[in-house]
Design a protein around this ligand. Structure first.
Ligand code: GZL
Length: 351
């Protein structure tokens, strides 16, 4: 534990107490807690922190998808297993709620670690600077943000650009031999780096497609990744671009399933008339790979808590030299693997 961190924490306790004294509206994010009582502020000693000393303020985006549910479970289950005190905050997919929660955790002397799953790619600089000044450990999980890497310990999350490339390669294979194919895009929330980077990677990838010339003839983002909005977007595309759509690029499984439902409702056959590529590889996605209605599902790993908590503990213990980004390890799955093989894989998965 470096002396400067002890001093910063000691100062933050004084500041927090002052804030609490002069303002009854000092907000601490509404949260459920699990685990042991909060640790006392570390004296300026060479204390070695353990997980039982960690009180984590976790700012989650919301509960918009099966991926998000698995990500939340990873953090709650791992905290319970490791004896970490977890204060969980559901931001309802609104950045303004995330800023409120951040300030609440900064002012909470019991919280020594803040973990952010960012709704948007920008808008966090001020709270990150305040958290740093307050001596809080900050780790970014899931989605990258545009803030300077010096403002947090590390980022643990997927390479969405690479995922987009992989989705494009799958689409090239799906539409091979059509001598000119049209794709429509149903994007996730336009502010999220997962959507921004998948869109970028997919466009890079189809430009390199040697088996087929593919163009994106229509594109629309579903705010907050809402599958109901995604289905309406696909219904509108099927009317506007009737008979011209060969492929759907959906930014997550829920939007891919919504597209499949719209395709079926229009009297077409997903997997035959129109090929759907999606992302996350959740159990729902596997269901449509097994039925053949989804052509490919690019995995995005939500089980990040063990890596995130370990990084936070390293920072508490003054470990330096951490990489600014640790990309998640993940694969891709195809209907062509066959229903039996996919069912066997699904039986081994946690989400
Ligand atoms: C990806 C994650 C995305 C998922 C969506 O890491 O940020 O957010 O792909 C979720 O399902 O809404």
């Amino acid at each position: 534990m470096t002396k400067s961190r002890s001093l910063r924490i000691a100062l933050s306790v004084v500041v927090a107490a002052a804030l609490a004294a002069c303002s009854s509206t000092a907000t601490t994010a509404p949260a459920a807690t699990t685990g042991a009582a909060a640790p006392t502020t570390a004296a300026a000693t060479s204390k070695v922190y353990t997980y039982k000393d960690m009180t984590v303020g976790f700012i989650q985006t919301g509960s918009e998808s099966g991926w998000r549910a698995a990500n939340t479970s990873s953090f709650k289950e791992t905290a319970t297993a490791d004896g970490i005190t977890l204060k969980f905050y559901d931001s309802q997919n609104k950045i303004e709620n995330q800023i409120t929660a951040f300030n609440g955790f900064i002012q909470d002397p019991a919280v020594n670690v803040i973990v952010l799953a960012a709704v948007d790619v920008t808008g966090y600089d001020d709270v990150l600077k305040a958290a740093k000044a307050a001596g809080k450990v900050v780790v970014i999980e899931d989605r990258r943000i545009d803030s300077d890497a010096s403002l947090y310990y590390t980022y643990i999350g997927s390479d969405f650009d690479k995922e987009g490339n992989e989705g494009a390669a799958a689409m090239c294979t799906a539409l091979k031999g059509m001598s000119g194919a049209n794709v429509v895009e149903i994007g996730g929330d336009q502010g999220a780096s997962a959507a921004i980077d998948r869109a970028k990677g997919f466009r890079e990838g189809i430009a390199n497609c040697t088996d087929e010339s593919i163009q994106i003839i229509d594109s629309q983002n579903a705010a907050a990744w809402d599958p109901t909005v995604g289905k309406s977007i696909m219904e509108a595309f099927l009317k506007k671009d009737a008979g011209k759509i060969q492929g759907v690029f959906a930014h997550n499984d829920e939007l891919g399933v919504a597209a499949i439902q719209a395709i079926d409702a229009a009297g077409l056959k997903a997997g035959t008339d129109i090929k759907v590529i999606a992302f996350d590889a959740t159990a729902d996605g596997f269901k449509y790979l097994i039925s053949g209605e989804m052509f490919a599902d690019i995995e995005c790993n939500p089980l990040l808590a063990p890596q995130v908590y370990k990084a936070a503990l390293d920072d508490l213990n003054g470990v330096t030299g951490q990489a600014s980004w640790t990309p998640s390890e993940e694969g891709q799955f195809f209907a062509s693997q066959g229903a039996d093989a996919l069912k066997a894989i699904l039986a081994t998965r946690k989400y």
